[in-house]
Write a protein that binds this ligand. Structure first.
Ligand code: GDP
Length: 299
């Protein structure tokens, strides 16, 4: 929590703290409510949740001398409600009957996919699970090399094809290798070319189909760069339409003033944010905890 708070506060000054300052004014007049709305919208929370929060705050903090609640705890409640503390955020990484679970990692180039695959493998290995990585982002030679470097660093095997190999064949080989090696989990990094929806659908569809000939895809993680704001939401919609996303990884939250994107993207896709990226280092990926996140926002 301390680290999360430092990371969020370092870059964004915590929009929660801005809200608290406004709510602590002696008189909560219309100007103040408008400013509160602005802060929430600027943080990318989205229109509907902003309205919900403001309406509830107005009711619960009405300053008629009798029932005004404590601004901090009321605000914490309301932020927590829109982040949705009850979503199941556990990663589904285990297979069954001796066959590994397969985690497919998708997202546009530059979102932090490859880095995230490396970081997840590190987390799993630290939990004593065995992992194989599939470098199916074959259109970017650098991505394959980058994943190979992660593999060496974490001590897991990386199955790679030559540059330009069909991504689906690399995914197939990675799963085959994972089964032979008897690992718990295979994580497949995919190409994120958003050339057009049909192309993406064909490619990811094929990758998924070949994997499912041998094993079950237990998790499809969509990686979204938190600093891209509304653009990230547009991308999220495209991916949702082509593949059944089961969880979101929100990267670069350390560099974003827009922590509210957590709320917006969860609403948009109807699936939970499961992990957040808080930096470029190997340990800078954390399970998303709604309570800790809201506390960090409030500073
Ligand atoms: P890909 O093209 O989606 O595979 O993206 P990469 O994994 O290559 O990441 C793109 C850049 O974003 C790299 O420079 C990463 O170090 C950086 N990056 C990834 N995740 C994070 C994060 O959580 N925070 C920050 N600050 N940078 C990140």
């Amino acid at each position: 929590l301390v680290r999360l708070r430092a990371r969020l506060a370092g870059s964004q000054g915590g929009f929660g703290r801005g809200l608290l300052r406004l709510l602590s004014r002696e008189r909560l007049d219309e100007d103040t409510w408008e400013s509160i709305e602005d802060v929430l919208l600027t943080a990318d929370i989205g229109v509907a949740p902003t309205q919900q929060i403001v309406e509830n705050l107005r009711t619960r903090l009405r300053v008629d001398g009798t029932e005004a609640g404590d601004p901090r705890s009321v605000l914490r409640d309301e932020l927590l409600a829109v982040v949705d503390p009850d979503m199941d955020r556990r990663l589904q990484v285990s297979g069954e009957d001796g066959v590994p679970g397969v985690v497919l990692v998708v997202g546009v180039n530059g979102s932090g996919k490859t880095t995230t695959v490396g970081k997840i493998s590190r987390i799993l290995v630290a939990e004593d699970r065995t992992v194989t990585l599939g470098a199916a982002d074959t259109f970017r030679a650098a991505a394959v090399d980058q994943l190979a470097t992660w593999g060496e660093r974490v001590g897991v095997e990386v199955v790679r094809g030559k540059e330009g190999t069909d991504p689906a064949s690399v995914a197939f080989e990675a799963v085959k290798h994972g089964i032979e090696a008897g690992v718990d989990t295979v994580i497949v990094d995919t190409a994120g070319r958003l050339q057009n929806k049909q192309g993406l659908m064909d490619e990811l569809g094929k990758v998924k189909r070949v994997i499912e000939k041998q094993a079950r895809v237990t998790e499809v993680l969509l990686v979204i760069d938190a600093t891209t704001g509304q653009n990230g939401l547009v991308q999220a919609r495209v991916f949702r339409d082509v593949v059944d996303v089961t969880g979101i990884v929100l990267t670069k939250l350390d560099g974003s003033a827009k922590g509210g994107i957590v709320v917006a993207v969860q609403r948009e896709l109807g699936v939970p944010v499961k992990l957040v990226g808080l930096g470029e280092g190997p340990d800078d990926l954390a399970p998303f905890d709604a309570g800790a996140f809201v506390d960090a926002l409030l500073g």
